[in-house]
Design a protein around this ligand. Structure first.
Ligand code: FAD
Ligand code: UDP
Length: 393
């Protein structure tokens, strides 16, 4: 099926795909299915807006903010960048983060300046490598988030930058989390003070929401907001579902709740033009919040006032982060097996596949998923009709 039969009236055809969730995963798939396969797609989201957690909007002061925390786009994938470039122009932006440690604001990722300033040293990059070796705690196996850091920079820097922040963010000690969590933050021996080192680092020129609007603007795509898919799944005809919500909720928590970490966001608008030195300041050891981000750095907006967001980690609330640790991976595997066994539903995205993915990784996963759907439904004319019935029966 490269195209759906246009001679069959839309009302009789119903929707070919029901996409649950209008975030990156759902929007990329809706766009591809409509644009490439000519499929009719209904996108539903229970929130009052598109974009998922990457949604942005102007606050009452007219400042562009990210209601679900600071979202900075970065990727090494040319394919992902080229794909999204169809829907937005970009503004180059390299994110910088300082950490408040021992009364100083120093660069994180830990780099040459971080160490020299904290310890009153004047090491060169070459000397720093030796210095790290001298303080590092050798580990035979790098299994946990503690192992990653202490084996590279030693216990003191680990305590200053990672232990407190991680305990606050996850409610767990780094020794209880997979290595992949703190491995997201590199260690550098040079003076590079960018948070990310990816090839492409840029923000959508007019914001994420405008980009999502462009992705979903296809005439074959209908968007229904403020709607849980369970309210309409039996009312609207559809053939195949793309599900991007939490995987445990889909199966009514049949194996128990999969842990997701939540956050409370406190948004504040301030009368001054600038609040802090860089886009984000981390507070590993003080306060109940982990970090403060100032949006104008990230968006490049000029405005006489400024808006910032404080992030307070929570166990309960909207699911934002899967929690990478072995017992959760085990539990997810049980849900994953059930998800794979469903022929009329495809699971994709950060919550549906329980992966700590950045935006670009979700886009890449969605594009790969589209390739598989295309193979499955795109080989014979009206392939969908042949494989599954109405409402996935
Ligand atoms: P989501 O964006 O969560 O979309 C899923 C959608 O499904 C939601 O809109 C939800 O309302 C909807 N939904 C769920 N259940 C139902 C239902 N039953 N019925 C209807 N709709 C439903 N990534 C980066 O690359 N850079 C960053 O700087 C960055 N910063 C982040 C900061 C924070 C605080 C957080 C939490 C994440 C950050 N991310 C960042 C990750 C990024 O948010 C995700 O990778 C991406 O948004 C995931 O897209 P998704 O489509 O998988 O999920
Ligand atoms: N981290 C830390 N101290 C920092 C920054 C990060 O301990 O100053 C750890 C912490 O466990 C965090 C993880 O590294 O959850 C990943 O950091 P990142 O900034 O990538 O988190 P995200 O932006 O996804 O919340």
């Amino acid at each position: 099926m490269t195209e759906f039969d246009p001679t069959v009236p839309a009302a009789q055809r119903g929707f070919d795909f029901l996409v649950v969730g209008a975030g990156f995963a759902g929007s990329v798939l809706a766009e591809r299915l409509a644009s490439v396969l000519g499929a009719r797609v209904l996108v539903v989201d229970r929130r009052p807006h598109i974009g998922g957690n990457a949604f942005d909007r102007y606050d009452d002061a007219g400042i562009l903010i990210h209601p679900y925390g600071p979202h900075i786009f970065h990727t090494n994938s040319k394919d992902v960048f080229d794909y999204l470039s169809q829907f937005t122009a970009w503004r180059p932006y390299q994110h910088k983060v300082l950490a408040s440690v021992d009364g100083q604001l120093v660069p994180i990722p830990i780099n040459l300046d971080t160490v020299n300033r904290l310890y009153g040293l004047s090491l060169t990059a070459f000397e720093l490598e030796k210095w790290f070796e001298s303080v590092a705690e050798p580990r035979e196996q790098i299994r946990t988030s503690e192992d990653v850091v202490v084996s590279k920079v030693g216990r003191d820097l680990y305590n200053k930058f990672f232990r407190g922040y991680t305990r606050k963010q996850w409610g767990l000690d780094p020794s209880e989390l997979d290595a992949s969590v703190t491995a997201r933050v590199p260690t550098r021996t040079n003076r590079d003070d960018r948070y990310f080192a990816d090839t492409y680092q840029a923000m959508p020129l007019h914001g994420f929401t405008r980009m999502f609007e462009a992705m979903l603007a296809h005439p074959n795509i209908k968007v229904m907001l403020n709607t849980d898919y369970r309210e309409i799944q039996d009312l609207v005809p559809w053939r195949h579902m793309i599900y991007t919500g939490p995987v445990d909720a889909f199966f009514d928590f049949r194996y128990g709740k999969l842990p997701y970490r939540s956050l409370h966001f406190e948004h504040v608008t301030l009368p001054q033009e600038q609040f802090q030195e860089v886009g984000t300041v981390n507070y590993p050891n003080d306060y109940a919040y982990t970090r403060i981000s100032e949006f104008k750095f990230i968006t490049g907006q000029k405005h006489p006032h400024t808006s910032v967001v404080y992030e307070y980690p929570r166990a309960e609330g909207d699911p934002y982060y899967p929690v990478p640790r072995p017992e959760n991976a085990e539990l997810y595997k049980r849900y994953e097996a059930d998800a794979k066994a469903m022929t009329n539903v495809t699971f994709v995205g950060r919550l549906a596949t329980y992966r700590y993915y950045n935006m670009d990784q979700v886009v890449a996963q969605a594009l790969t998923t589209f390739g598989k759907l295309r193979e499955r439904f795109g080989v014979t004319p009206a392939g969908l009709e042949e494989t599954v019935g109405v409402n996935g029966d």
